[in-house]
Design a protein around this ligand. Structure first.
Ligand code: FAD
Ligand code: FES
Length: 351
């Protein structure tokens, strides 16, 4: 860690690359930056925010951009994340590309409208023993435009020797609530950002985040929807459901909520109420480790088994999944075995 820091400082101080130009989308924007930094951080310093779920560690592969000219060689860190098609298209991990000379890049247009926000934490409410809901009022800018399913990157503050980090969190609030965002965050043991959120972040405190990011959203078709999400994976699904209701949806949708035991369930009352209020929605909570003989009257078993039981033929459905990579991969397998084509399966992996 200390060695890495020294190397970065040495590179900045000793190797002077002077001022370099980052040309974005053939002259749509031209930035003058001090050479030596990563492409990801040089862009962020100029208010251009590329998604970076791992905060630049080179492990999330979210920070891909197309480097047309001036990129260094592909580094060993990038190797596992770049497929043949991406290499052909000069896609790179922007956190691993150093700006050492003038560089030309292409970024999707929507990323140029991502903004940095300052907000005030209105509440931090426990949903279960390890999941909390944050409701944040936007201060500057005081409104946000996004599509249900998108996420923000929350910035932690320094604590106990940890630097500030940025982590991705899906918005669970509907896009109509433009002055606020809501997040559902699960505590990860020894996780830098979630430990800060659970143990250091206080109500009324100012928070910083950027967004909106992501392509996870409901497509514009009539296909019956299958939502599958457990734990904090519910966040974007809850945002989508509220948005669908507000917009007078009639498209049929079933939400399979997988949890271990009753203490991992939350929002059951809200989802049951939604099921009573609108005819298009069905809610199926299922527990995989609930003790035999308990008072649980709902479904039991792994969520994949429950989905397979309820949906033997998925050839006309669309799937929207959110949660850990393992859970998503298992669900994709079940859905495709039941006839759903992969182009009809949409997801955000919380990795
Ligand atoms: C698009 C997207 C949306 C997301 N939305 C949500 C959401 O709505 N709610 C939610 O709860 N989460 C969400 N996540 C996950 C979230 O972004 C974080 O990954 C999660 O909260 C953990 O962050 P952390 O800083 O607490 O943990 P980290 O410090 O990143 O650690 C995560 C785990 O990795 C281990 N680890 C840390 N550093 C290393 C290392 N160098 N090498 C090996 N292992 C290491 C830690 O021990 C820990 O087990 C989302 C992720 C993505 C990509
Ligand atoms: S920011 Fe995660 S791989 Fe680059």
């Amino acid at each position: 860690m200390i060695l890495a820091l020294l190397l970065i400082l040495a590179e900045k101080k000793i190797l002077n690359y002077g001022t370099c130009c980052i040309d974005i989308n053939e002259g749509e924007k031209k930035l003058q930056v001090t050479g030596g930094g990563s492409l990801l951080s040089s862009l962020a310093e100029n208010e251009i925010f590329i998604p970076s779920a791992c905060g630049g560690r080179g492990t999330c592969a979210y920070c891909k951009v197309q480097v047309m000219e001036g990129g260094s060689m592909i580094s060993p860190v990038e190797e596992p994340y770049l497929g043949p098609e991406e290499r052909k298209n000069q896609i790179r991990l922007s956190c691993q590309v150093k700006v050492r000379k003038d560089i030309k890049i292409h970024v999707p247009k929507e990323l140029l409208s991502v903004k940095k926000y300052r907000g005030k934490l209105l509440h931090k409410r426990p949903l279960t023993y390890d999941i909390i809901e944050l409701r944040i009022e936007l201060l500057e800018p005081n409104t946000i435009d996004f599509v249900a399913g998108q996420y923000v990157q929350l910035e932690s503050e320094e604590y106990d020797g940890h630097d500030r980090v940025m982590r991705a969190y899906s918005m669970s609030s509907p896009p109509s609530d433009k002055n606020h965002i809501e997040l559902m965050i699960r505590k990860v043991p020894s996780g830098i950002c979630t430990t800060w959120v659970f143990e250091h972040l206080k109500e009324e405190q100012e928070v910083t985040f950027s967004g909106p990011y992501g392509k996870f959203r409901i497509s514009n078709t009539d296909a019956e929807i299958i939502f599958i999400a457990g734990g904090s994976g519910m966040a974007p699904i809850w945002g989508m459901l509220r948005d669908l209701k507000e917009n007078g949806n009639t498209r049929k949708a079933t939400y399979f909520f997988g949890a271990l035991t009753q203490k991992d369930l939350f929002f059951v009352d809200e989802l049951t109420k939604l099921q009573q209020e609108v005819s298009w929605f069905r809610f199926v909570p299922a527990l995989s480790k609930e003790p035999e003989g308990s008072d649980w009257k709902g479904e039991r078993g792994l969520i994949t088994e429950v989905v397979a039981r309820y949906m033997p033929d998925c050839s006309k459905n669309e799937g929207y999944l959110c949660g850990s990579p393992g859970m998503i991969d298992a669900c994709i397998k079940v859905l495709t075995e039941a006839g759903m084509t992969e182009d009809r399966i949409f997801y955000d992996k919380f990795a």
